[in-house]
Design a protein around this ligand. Structure first.
Ligand code: GDP
Ligand code: MG
Length: 163
């Protein structure tokens, strides 16, 4: 079994963008419209000297009807069950939303090791969101930008100790 990393978080925080960067291919669909990544995607991720299986998930609330929501919740739970480490991602530009808090509470109720990644940190517009994210109770956030590829050393530092 390869070391397995799951990327979770509410819609639009940049999960698929990180997945694409780790896998190095445009496998995941990136879109501004919440709900686009409905199928779970897996690939071989690489960062520095680490190689691992990475799972991109849909956001828990990324649902149009009850059955879809149930399917996606199940999908996220399967990913968490399989993962050695879970990367919980927030959008630091948007700040902490009620959905982020809800998701963080749900994660803290499980035994998965969770690392908090603060995405969209390519500029000072993210500073307040980084500060707010300490309130999620998931430890210190690792700031980076999936789209701009800034701070990928922090993503490395987030994964490496568990590897
Ligand atoms: P997902 O729903 O969590 O999978 O999010 P996506 O990866 O589909 O990204 C949602 C939106 O955020 C897209 O418009 C991305 O281009 C944008 N995005 C992703 N990463 C960054 C980032 O580091 N900085 C900024 N400013 N936008 C980003
Ligand atoms: Mg996505």
């Amino acid at each position: 079994m390869p070391f397995t990393v799951a990327i979770v978080g509410r819609p639009n925080v940049g999960k698929s963008t990180l997945f694409n960067r780790l896998v190095g291919k445009k496998l995941a669909i990136v879109d501004d419209t919440p709900g686009v990544t409905r199928d779970r995607r897996e690939g071989t991720g690489r960062i520095g000297d680490l190689e691992f299986k990475v799972i991109d998930t849909a956001g828990l609330e990324e649902a149009f009807d009850d059955s879809l929501e149930a399917r996606m919740r199940e999908q996220t739970e399967h990913a968490l069950d399989e993962a050695d480490i879970t990367l919980f991602m927030i959008d630091a530009r948007a700040g902490i939303t009620p959905l982020d808090s809800h998701f963080a509470d749900w994660l803290r109720g499980r035994d998965n090791p969770v690392i908090l990644l603060a995405n969209k940190c390519e500029g000072s517009a993210a500073d307040n969101g980084i500060y707010e994210s300490y309130g999620l109770g998931l430890g210190e956030p690792f700031p980076f930008s999936a789209e701009h590829g800034v701070g990928m050393n922090n993503v490395y530092d987030a994964i490496q100790p568990a590897y």
